[in-house]
Ligand binder design. Structure first.
Ligand code: PLP
Length: 395
């Protein structure tokens, strides 16, 4: 009870926050959604105000009411102190890393990271004189042994891109805190709803909002959400790198966010159903889905995550490229293409063997990554079943 005798307001659940955060209808003539502000120039009413930059908005690149609305909403939903929007998920990764390193520094990068993040380290960071050490996603507290005097960042992504290793984020966070390092996490797979990075000691959480937040494959967008300690560094990097999301893309991110909880629940349900069915298929050697008890880090996922989304992989029993192509080329509902998180089902073949350095990818057969969309689950199953028949016939 507060001193006034009133009960403190009950904190809203995430599903309520995605609907209500970042909008103020009565500041917009009652219209439910914030409008799209497009603009570069922002006028100042007096010379005094201009000299002091004394107003909320000063230039289109810095912010607009549209951008601020979505930044506030994501910060609230993810539970951070502040969010900075970027023009893509990749730009969120690069901006977040550059916020904390200088020439001569060293960073620790998870070996199962999204491949373009790896390229950023190997080329851009190397060129700037920042060294990267890749580490085993299952390293946990053992990360302490890799820390050098010039280490600044531990970068995590859980589960790993394509291969779905679940990291022990709390164990790594304890080490990061002890050694005064910044802990960054690419939290795109779980979205702000199924993993709460700031409850587990993460300093900076990255979202490729292109995926589940936008949710309709119609815009590129990224978000960097920071705790209070990290926020000023990220804000400075965003300003100095000229990072600026598009107005329409920001609006589409806002529109996507409103239905995120509902969409994810369906992606989760259908994804698990298809994953379980795939486990029983004779053509499949392994299903890499953290929500299945057969996943090697299922217990860790259960301890730390609040749900599973619609993205996972399978390893097939050995099959020729010709047989895999016969399976994939005839699919009616699963499209082949990069990105994921939209309403539609997708499938891509992948092979992590050539680029892993800290760990070895040892599957005997070809691997496929699936995104389970919002279609009827029986239709999806039938599409895959016909694909397996083509695979078997072409063997
Ligand atoms: C897609 C993706 C990104 C990059 O996002 P874009 O918006 O495509 O630039 C970053 N991290 C992960 C885990 C992703 O899947």
């Amino acid at each position: 009870m507060s001193s006034s005798g009133k009960k403190p307001p009950r904190p809203h659940a995430p599903a309520t926050k995605v609907v209500h955060s970042g909008r103020a209808p009565h500041d917009n003539f009652g219209f439910v959604n914030p409008p799209v502000y497009r603009g570069s120039t922002v006028l100042f009413p007096t010379a005094e105000k201009l000299w002091k930059r004394d107003q909320l908005y000063t230039y289109g690149r810095s912010s607009t009411p549209t951008v601020r609305s979505l930044e506030e909403a994501i910060a609230e939903v993810e539970g951070g102190a502040a969010t900075a929007l970027t023009a893509s998920g990749y730009q969120a990764v690069s901006t977040a890393i550059l916020a904390f390193v200088k020439s001569g520094d060293h960073i620790l990068m998870v070996d199962s990271v999204y491949q373009p993040t790896r390229k950023f380290c190997d080329y851009m960071l190397a060129k700037l004189g920042v060294e990267t050490t890749y580490y085993d996603p299952l390293i946990g507290a053992g990360i302490a042994d890799l820390i050098r005097p010039n280490t600044r960042i531990i970068f995590t992504e859980s589960p790993g891109s394509q291969t779905f290793e679940v990291q022990d984020i709390p164990a790594i966070a304890r080490v990061a805190r002890e050694r005064d390092l910044w802990l960054l996490m690419d939290n795109t797979w779980a979205s702000p709803l199924y993993f709460r990075p700031f409850d587990h000691g993460v300093d900076v959480s990255i979202q490729a909002a292109t995926k589940y937040i936008v949710g309709h494959a119609d815009a590129m967008l990224g978000a960097i959400t920071s705790n209070a300690r990290a926020a000023k560094h990220v804000a400075l990097a965003k300003e100095q790198l000229g990072v600026c999301p598009g107005s329409e893309e920001t609006f589409l991110g806002m529109r996507g966010l409103r239905t995120l909880a509902t969409r994810l629940a369906q992606h989760q349900r259908s994804g698990l159903e298809i994953a379980r069915w795939l486990e029983g298929r004779p053509e499949v050697a392994r299903v890499l889905h953290p929500g299945l008890p057969s996943h090697p880090q299922h217990a860790l996922w259960k301890r730390d995550f609040l749900g599973a989304t619609g993205l996972f992989s399978i390893v097939l029993k050995p099959a020729s490229d010709k047989a895999v192509a016969a399976m994939l080329d005839g699919l009616q509902l699963f499209g082949m293409g990069f990105s994921w998180g939209g309403y539609e089902s997708l499938i891509i073949p992948f092979d992590p063997k050539p680029y892993r350095t800290a760990t070895k990818w040892t599957a005997d057969g070809p691997a496929l990554r699936l995104h389970i969309g919002l279609e009827d689950v029986d239709d999806l199953r039938a599409d895959l079943e016909a694909g397996f028949e083509r695979l078997d016939a072409a063997k």
